[in-house]
Design a protein around this ligand. Structure first.
Ligand code: FE
Ligand code: FE
Ligand code: ZN
Length: 286
């Protein structure tokens, strides 16, 4: 079954219900959200009534809560421990974030592994592992490591770096991977031959760890290490390649999330989901 959705907002006033309503307006059957602003760590208390209402509406619409995704804020960094208090803050904040996922009933939280900023890569990777083991110790959330484009000093920029992190994590049933098509294109993987990429993923990491796909086109060439998302079919990956990935038999039932840019201030997700369902490119989107 095709599980497709997009990034949606999550507000104090409307909570999970608002996120769900936004997703439904796009014709989605899943969605991803930040539990607060992605660029800061201020968080509000989650309204239980709104969560309950969302559960009812999900049931009515046949949406499985196990397909929902939370994205951790991208300002926390588990890779660098040069400033001990900042590193501790990142760990504690992500611990709290997994608690919020549990309160909401969301199983998966996508996390950017982090940036080494001046540290040796192996040390950065061991900082991430150490942090994850502390966070996951008393958590029921599954953390999905997002493969990065390799911008700046980002770590987790290829399958073997992700594998190294997974190997170090004690709680194997609570760790997984999120594959972002724009990121891996920019990291240097050629999506013109997705079967080859997927085989490599399977050989190095293992397909069973793949729990989420971020579907984005890219503004940049393969290996550019840039990370600039483009609308579906308007970038260097192209519509046909993205459709092949979305409908790949080995990725069936894995949630696919759009994080493509707004067009003239308007979310493009309804039209993009329509394109994907029809498997027909809409060249009038922008
Ligand atoms: Fe991300
Ligand atoms: Fe992503
Ligand atoms: Zn990105």
């Amino acid at each position: 079954m095709l599980i497709i959705g997009s990034h949606v907002s999550f507000t104090k006033e409307k909570g999970l219900l608002g996120s769900l309503e936004e997703a439904l307006s796009y014709g989605a059957n899943t969605f991803m959200f930040y539990t607060g602003a992605p660029q800061n760590t201020r968080r509000f208390k989650i309204d239980e009534k709104l969560t309950q209402k969302a559960y009812e509406l999900m049931k009515e619409n046949g949406i499985d809560i196990n397909n929902l995704i939370v994205h951790a804020p991208y300002i926390v960094n588990l890779a660098n421990n040069k400033e001990e208090d900042k590193y501790q803050f990142s760990i504690n904040f992500l611990k709290e974030e997994t608690k919020r996922c549990e309160t909401l009933g969301v199983k998966y939280m996508v996390l950017h592994p982090g940036s080494s900023v001046g540290l040796d890569k192996d040390i950065a990777l061991s900082n991430i592992i150490n942090g994850l083991n502390i966070i996951l110790k008393d958590s029921n959330t599954t953390i999905l490591l997002e493969i990065m484009a390799g911008k700046g000093t980002e770590v987790g920029r290829d399958f073997s770096e992700i594998k190294t992190i997974i190997d170090g994590v004690i709680y194997k049933d609570k760790i997984g991977v999120c594959l972002d098509t724009c990121h891996i294109n920019d990291a240097g993987y050629d999506l013109n031959d997705f079967d080859k990429v997927l085989n490599e993923f399977d050989n190095i990491i293992g397909l069973k760890f793949l729990k989420c796909v971020h579907v984005n086109d890219s503004k940049n060439e393969i290996g550019a290490h840039k990370d600039r998302h483009e609308n579906i079919g308007y970038g260097t990956i192209g519509f046909d390649n993205l459709i092949k990935i979305i409908y790949h038999e080995k990725l069936d039932n894995i949630p696919k999330i759009l994080e493509t840019p707004y067009i003239n201030g308007i979310a493009p997700y309804k039209e993009e989901i329509e394109m994907i369902r029809n498997r027909r490119f809409n060249d009038k989107l922008k």
